[in-house]
Design a protein around this ligand. Structure first.
Ligand code: ACO
Length: 325
C-alpha cells in the first residue's frame, strides 16, 4: 500500500513588536529615508510587519510556531522523528537552527537539519519531508519556516527595508494511508544570484562583503510570475489535475501584485487565494506556513480541500506543492 504524508497540525507565531507603515515611515524619516504608507500599500499590499527583539532568534520564533502546530496535531515533542527548518536567517553559522530548535523543544535525538532556499524554503522543506515519509525514513515530521529578516535589512534602502518582516510558521506532517501531499515541483537557477542576495560572508573572524539584503525588485517581479505559473502547472500535471481542482492557492506572501498576477495566469479568482501579506510583510520562508495557519485557524480553508502552495526566492529558487489538507 502506498505511503503518503499528510499535514495533521499547523501553527504560527509573530513577535509582539508590530510596526505599521506609519510607524516605519516615522522611524525611517529619522534617518532621512523618505517613504509613505500610500506607496507601500499600493506597490506591495503590506500594512504592517513584526520585528523580533534583540536576542530573539529564528529558533525562538520557530519554537512558538512548532508548539502551536504540535498542539493542533495532538502530538508532543517525543513523537517527532524529523525536524526540518527552512531559514535564511539562521541563529548561527552552525549548528543548524533545526538542531537548536530541537533542543529547545525537547525532541532530542531525532534527525534535524536546515534547508536554505530563501523564500521557497518552506516548499522545499515540505517536499523533502514528504519524500522521507514516503520512503519510511520518517513517520512524524516537524517542518518549520522561521526568519528574522529585520537583522539583514538595510534601513537606509527604502526599496527593500519596507518589504520584509520576522515570523515563523510550522506544520506537523505524518505518514498516512491517504493523501496528503499529491505532488511537488522544485527548481533553482543560480545564474540569478545577483538580483536577490545577501552577499557577505564570515572570513577570518569578521564579515567580508555586505551582510545586508540586496534586491533588484523589478527583475525579481518579472521572473517570479512566470516561474510560479510554470511550477504550479508542472505540479498539477504530476498529480493529473487541473487548475479547476485547486480550492485554495497559498502563495509566498511577498507582494499582493505578484499574487494577483499569478492567480490571473492560473485563471483563479482572488477569492481563492490566501492573502496575509498585509499583516506581516514578506517573512521569506515563514510566509507560506504563516498564511496556511492563519487560513486554517480562521476556518477559511478546511480539511479535505485541495491546496497549491508555491514560492519563489533568492537563488533563484522556486517551487510548488499540491496537497489535500
Ligand atoms: N517609498 C517611496 N518610494 C519608493 C520606495 C519606497 N519605499 N521604494 C522605491 N521607491 C521609488 C523609486 O525610487 C522609484 O522612484 P523614481 O521613479 O523617482 O525613480 C519609484 O518608487 C518606482 O520604483 P520601482 O522600483 O520601479 O517600483 P516598483 O513598482 O517596481 O515596486 C517593488 C518596487 C515593490 C520592490 C516591486 O518591484 C516588487 O514587488 N518586486 C518583487 C519583490 C519581491 O517580491 N521580492 C521578494 C522575493 S522573495 C525572496 O527571496 C526574499
Amino acid at each position: 500500500m502506498k505511503r503518503y504524508s499528510r499535514i495533521t497540525g499547523t501553527g504560527s507565531f509573530l513577535p509582539p513588536r508590530r510596526l505599521t507603515n506609519a510607524d516605519l515611515v516615522t522611524e525611517l524619516a529619522g534617518r532621512g529615508v523618505e517613504t509613505s504608507d500610500d506607496w507601500i500599500v499600493e506597490r506591495t499590499g503590506i500594512r504592517a510587519r513584526h520585528f523580533a527583539s534583540d536576542g530573539v532568534f529564528s529558533s525562538d520564533l520557530g519554537l512558538e510556531a512548532a508548539k502551536n502546530a504540535l498542539a493542533a496535531a495532538g502530538r508532543s515533542a517525543k513523537d517527532i522523528d524529523l525536524i526540518i527548518v527552512a531559514t535564511s536567517t539562521p541563529d548561527m553559522v552552525f549548528p543548524s537552527t533545526a538542531c537548536i530548535l530541537q533542543n529547545k523543544l525537547g525532541a532530542n535525538g531525532c534527525a534535524a537539519f536546515d534547508v536554505q532556499a530563501v523564500c521557497s524554503g518552506f516548499v522545499y522543506a515540505l517536499a523533502v519531508a514528504d519524500s522521507m515519509i514516503q520512503t519510511g525514513a520518517a513517520n512524524c515530521a516537524l517542518v518549520v519556516g522561521a526568519e528574522v529578516f529585520s537583522r539583514i535589512l538595510d534601513f537606509n534602502d527604502r526599496t527593500t527595508c519596507v518589504l520584509f518582516g520576522d515570523g515563523a510558521g510550522a506544520v506537523v506532517l505524518e505518514a498516512s494511508k491517504t493523501p496528503g501531499i499529491l505532488a511537488s515541483d522544485l527548481h533553482a537557477d543560480g545564474k540569478h544570484v545577483g538580483i536577490l542576495c545577501v552577499p557577505g560572508h564570515v572570513s577570518g573572524g569578521s564579515i567580508s562583503g555586505d551582510p545586508l539584503l540586496k534586491m533588484d525588485g523589478q527583475a525579481v517581479f518579472k521572473l517570479a510570475v512566470g516561474l510560479l505559473e510554470s511550477a504550479a502547472r508542472a505540479t498539477l500535471a504530476k498529480a493529473h489535475l487541473t487548475e479547476a481542482d485547486i480550492d485554495w492557492l497559498v502563495p509566498h506572501q511577498a507582494n499582493i501584485r505578484i499574487m494577483q498576477s499569478t492567480a490571473r495566469k492560473l485563471k483563479m479568482s482572488m477569492d481563492k487565494v490566501v492573502v496575509t501579506v498585509e499583516h506581516h510583510g514578506n517573512t521569506s520562508a515563514a510566509s507560506i506556513p504563516l498564511a496556511l495557519d492563519t487560513a486554517v485557524r480562521s476556518g477559511q480553508v478546511k480539511v479535505g480541500e485541495t491546496l497549491m502552495l508555491e514560492g519563489v526566492g533568492g537563488g533563484f529558487t522556486w517551487g510548488a506543492l499540491l496537497l489535500i489538507l
